[in-house]
Design a protein around this ligand. Structure first.
Ligand SMILES: [Fe+2]
Ligand SMILES: [Fe+2]
Length: 284
């Protein structure tokens, strides 16, 4: 099933450049139809509820902050994803991207459930994510490009794929899974959250795999390569804020667990994505 996923990059889920983009998109669409049918409502959260109740206040505060970041991000991308589908240049690409839209809502649903059933409360406000905020202007640019010629459309798509698949999913979300593993999963804590992340990661493998393959292909064009690199560089300081900010819940500040090492993980993931796209070590 995964024979066309090759291993010559640092990333395990980037489909080959040997097939056409439409073939790759159709394969991923079919994979989503056949295997992407997990149900966010079916994951057992009872142990998570017990684990959470037994945490000390510091760890409770951190977890609520961490999960708010995920819920905000999944919901925001779900609500704003339509222009990525609309800029797809074939039936195959739009079919695949439409599976991604539904999947982002499923990820949102999973975290909504987590707040309701495990925390018994609403998410907090004020978790900063500047890269997410910038999706508002990105969406406007992409919608404007729909009315323009093929060159403008392609440039807008390249920037959209870099912003969303390349940075939000490829760097920020992937780092979040590692943080969960380091702080909770590796200690046998919060198995329901672990299962949710495992299912979400399967979906994200398709999303990021498609996005990075497109960026790798577009990066052969020097103007697009400059575009992609400029966005990564522009957003790096914003990306680092995600795990550097103080953890404040209901007006009280909580310490970040030492295992998080957010800046280090984000920087490593950032470099890995640049290598995936440009195919050689790139200095930050
Ligand atoms: Fe997602
Ligand atoms: Fe995604």
């Amino acid at each position: 099933m995964s024979s066309h996923f090759h291993q010559d990059t640092t990333d395990e889920f980037i489909p080959s450049l040997d097939k056409t983009t439409d073939e790759v998109a159709w394969d991923l669409y079919r994979k989503a139809i056949r295997f992407g049918n997990w149900d966010p409502a079916a994951i057992d959260l009872s142990q998570d509820k017990q684990d959470f109740a037994a945490f000390d206040e510091d760890l409770k505060g951190y977890l609520i902050h961490f999960c708010t970041g995920f819920l905000d991000a999944e919901e925001n991308v779900a609500l704003k994803f339509c222009p990525w589908i609309m800029l797809g240049s074939s039936t195959e690409q739009q079919a695949f991207l439409s599976t991604q839209l539904l999947e982002e809502f499923k990820h949102t649903e999973f975290f909504m459930r987590y707040f309701k059933e495990v925390f018994g409360r609403e998410r907090i406000s004020g978790v900063q994510n500047i890269v997410q905020q910038k999706l508002d202007e990105r969406v406007k640019k992409m919608l404007a490009a729909l009315e323009q010629g093929p060159e403008e459309r392609e440039a807008a798509l390249v920037e959209g794929l870099t912003h969303y698949q390349g940075i939000i999913e490829g760097v920020q979300a992937m780092t979040g899974y590692d943080v969960y593993e380091a702080v909770f999963g590796s200690k046998g804590l919060l198995p329901g959250l672990g299962e949710g992340f495992a299912r979400i990661k399967e979906d994200e493998g398709r999303h990021v795999g498609f996005g990075l393959r497109m960026l790798k292909l577009f990066a052969r064009n020097p103007a697009h390569a400059r575009r992609i690199r400029a966005l990564y560089d522009e957003y790096l300081p914003h990306i680092l804020i995600r795990y550097d900010q103080p953890v404040v819940v209901d007006g009280r500040e909580y310490p970040t667990p030492p295992e998080v090492r957010g800046r280090e993980r984000l920087t490593k993931m950032f470099e890995r994505r640049l290598r995936d796209i440009f195919g050689k070590p790139v200095s930050v």
